[in-house]
Design a protein around this ligand. Sequence first.
Ligand SMILES: Cc1cc2nc3c(=O)[nH]c(=O)nc-3n(C[C@H](O)[C@H](O)[C@H](O)COP(=O)(O)OP(=O)(O)OC[C@H]3O[C@@H](n4cnc5c(N)ncnc54)[C@H](O)[C@@H]3O)c2cc1C
Length: 219
Amino acid sequence: MSPSATQHVLIFYGAFFPTAPFLSRRAKRLKRTEIVAKMGIRMTSTVELSVNEIGVPLSNLLGEEGKGFYQVLEFFDEIRVEIATQALGIAQGAFDRALDYARQREQFGKKLVDFQITQHKLADMATKIETARLFVYKAAWNYDQKRIGPKLTPMAKMFAGRTAVEVADETIQILGGYGYITEYEVERFYWDTKITEIYEGTKEIQSNTIASALIGKLK
Ligand SMILES: Cc1cc2nc3c(=O)[nH]c(=O)nc-3n(C[C@H](O)[C@H](O)[C@H](O)COP(=O)(O)OP(=O)(O)OC[C@H]3O[C@@H](n4cnc5c(N)ncnc54)[C@H](O)[C@@H]3O)c2cc1C
């Protein structure tokens, strides 16, 4: 079951709910347990929800009865673009700090940015980010045109997530010891970005979806 939390109501999609009902956050017998110990994205609240024999009135039905599965597919098409955007933003933020630092830091009588290996790292990071940006914008445009993207959206999410993880990692490397301590915020990017390869469909699930679309199992 996949609960999606909003300010006031919870919408339930998934195998147990071929139809998508919503519940008030204050519904009795709905148990919320706040998960505080997390690797990253600590500015957001994550809760474990358990529902125990809750009756849902028919008036709480969202959309058409029996169409919950198709609604969830549409929801994924939107939310996956949003997570890809989150990954892209983190990657860009990390890169900007890596470039700034490399311009300032001097070692062995040279700025870091003057070492060819640093230049190549920066070039590689910027290329991945630009590719991710094109992907994400295309997937967002596709969604705005109301086209479901069985391949494009998972590709955008998978690629942007991978890019962000790699760029955040390389950024810490460029900052050296300062990258590892909290005085510079780049270590936070590293913790925050990993979730983009996990939630709203892991990278493996995106890969499965892309492959299914390629071999014609998904249209
Ligand atoms: C901070 C945080 C916030 C979250 N927020 C939400 C939320 O708002 N709404 C929500 O619904 N969920 C949320 N989740 C849950 C999240 O979406 C799931 O953790 C994620 O989808 C992975 O599911 P799982 O943890 O059950 O892993 P599993 O499904 O157990 O997967 C474990 C590993 O096995 C792989 N795997 C599983 N099945 C397959 C397969 N068929 N083929 C190949 N590999 C496979 C996975 O890719 C993964 O690497 C959140 C999780 C976290 C940590």
